[in-house]
Write a protein that binds this ligand. Structure first.
Ligand code: DAS
Length: 444
């Protein structure tokens, strides 16, 4: 609790002299009037010139330190602590499901020490703050990591893939992975490649608002993800997030075709160059894409969990110094995914350097920083020169997915198989053609 006070300096001394702390009910007397309320924690970075009280009417006020004449303890309180309670499952014959938590906003709460948000909720906490889950399945929970997703690495992907393979192999009917939103698309792609022919849906879910904020999307996302993982007729790896700013409609995106497209909106995630696999609305799943793998169709469920981290994703920019590619070669990088301009172009200055590193054994693939559409290296001479030196175009594949796939290829297969596997459509990472409905704006 001490660290939650967040008070320091003269203000902290005043609290200590009067033997009061955050959570206590006190009477504060200033020159003008008296206040009765609860001392609430402050975050360390807040100004230390004010004592913050929650009055009996629920409003908070800040009382300037130099106005305080006395503080009297009325009632010692220990701040409310959060204790998760085991869920009460509604019936015995519910299907078995599991929530594997990796951290992120969905598993976070406001941290009074800093005023920011930090990973704080365990998977069990999630179960107890969202009791509706117990009506859908007999849910087990495991905290695998408790981290912001910007810190996830290839080795986290490997650990997570093996964990999920275990659960699915033990017969769990539905698997939900709670994850930070920042790199959820990368992890969804990684699991799409690492877990081949998974017989049940694995649904990654995050939230843009932590669960202790009124506008939180955490519980609605979690319930929708659990229901989708248990009831969807398809299998594979998906991301579920809001399809619109309100709570009614969720979108279920293929793990290799999804990207976070807004920093804060709750409908930040979009399927790129393809429609969402399904819509989850008012408790029902509406499948959109044809030819999705069917749930529980017997086939060999295999795991290829390794990833090589000597792969770089480079967004080309005007006047980029091609020497950067030589640096990557010297650092032992084995593969580069380029996010080129337009149809897949880089400055002509770079072509000779790319030729050198490819000749020295580095794999180089081309995607586009346009995000929508597909690269085509045969339209301009620049593209044809790139083909000539051995740069491989990756159609409409998302650059982030290409980065993950190359890391996965180099982590699991011999080099003489890499080109063929990169060009093969393994987990819907390629869309054969990009259809736009009549009048539809791309990115809708
Ligand atoms: N930092 C973000 C992350 O963990 C928080 C979130 O959006 O989940 O990805």
């Amino acid at each position: 609790m001490e660290k939650l006070d967040g008070y320091s300096g003269a203000l902290k001394r005043l609290l200590e002299e009067n033997n009061v702390r955050a959570g206590d009910v006190v009477k504060v007397v200033t020159g003008e009037r008296e206040y009765v309320g609860t001392i609430i924690p402050r975050y360390e970075y807040a100004s230390q010139d004010f004592l913050t009280l929650k009055l009996l009417n629920g409003y908070n006020i800040g009382i300037s330190l130099d106005k305080i004449l006395s503080i009297t303890l009325i009632e010692k309180h220990s701040p409310p602590s959060f204790k998760s309670t085991p869920p009460e499952f509604k019936s015995k014959n519910l299907p078995k499901a599991v929530i594997v938590s990796t951290g992120g906003t969905i598993a976070s709460r406001v941290d009074y020490r800093t005023g920011g948000v930090r990973p704080a909720l365990s998977a069990f906490d999630l179960l107890s703050v969202v009791p509706e889950l117990a009506e859908i399945a007999k849910v087990d929970a495991e905290v695998l990591f408790s981290m912001y997703s910007e810190n996830m690495t290839q080795s986290n992907w490997t650990i997570l893939a093996k964990k999920l393979h275990d659960y699915v192999s033990k017969g769990y009917e539905g698997v939900v992975v709670t994850h930070g939103t920042d790199t959820m698309g990368y992890t969804a792609a990684a699991l799409s490649f690492a877990l081949k022919n998974t017989p049940v849906p694995i649904v990654l879910v995050g939230s843009q608002r932590s669960s202790d904020r009124p506008s939180s999307d955490a519980s609605s996302n979690l319930i929708s993800a659990m229901r989708t993982s248990i009831e969807a007729p398809f299998s594979g790896v998906y991301v579920l997030m809001h399809g619109w700013v309100s709570d009614e409609r969720m979108e279920v995106h293929l793990g290799t075709k999804v990207r976070k497209m807004h920093t804060s909106r709750r409908d930040a995630f979009k399927s790129i160059n393809i429609k969402p696999a399904a819509i989850y609305e008012n408790g029902r799943i509406h499948v959109i894409l044809d030819n999705l793998p069917k749930r529980k169709v017997p086939s060999s469920f295999e795991i290829f969990p390794n990833f090589d981290d000597r792969v770089a994703l480079i967004k080309f920019y005007p006047n980029m110094d091609p020497e950067i590619f030589l640096y990557l070669l010297d650092r032992g990088y084995r593969g580069i995914v380029l996010e080129g301009f337009g149809l897949g172009h880089v400055s002509s200055r770079a072509i000779s350097v790319l030729k050198k590193i490819i000749r020295d054994g580095v794999f180089v693939f081309m995607t586009s920083q346009c995000i929508f559409g597909r690269v085509r290296l045969t339209v301009y001479d620049t593209g044809r020169d790139l083909l000539e030196v051995g740069v491989i175009p990756l159609e409409d594949m998302l650059s982030e997915t290409a980065f993950v796939k190359l890391s996965w290829c180099l982590g699991n297969f011999e080099e003489d198989r890499v080109l063929d596997i990169m060009k093969a459509n393994i987990a819907y990472e390629f869309s054969s053609r990009t259809f736009l409905e009549e009048g539809e704006r791309f990115g809708d």
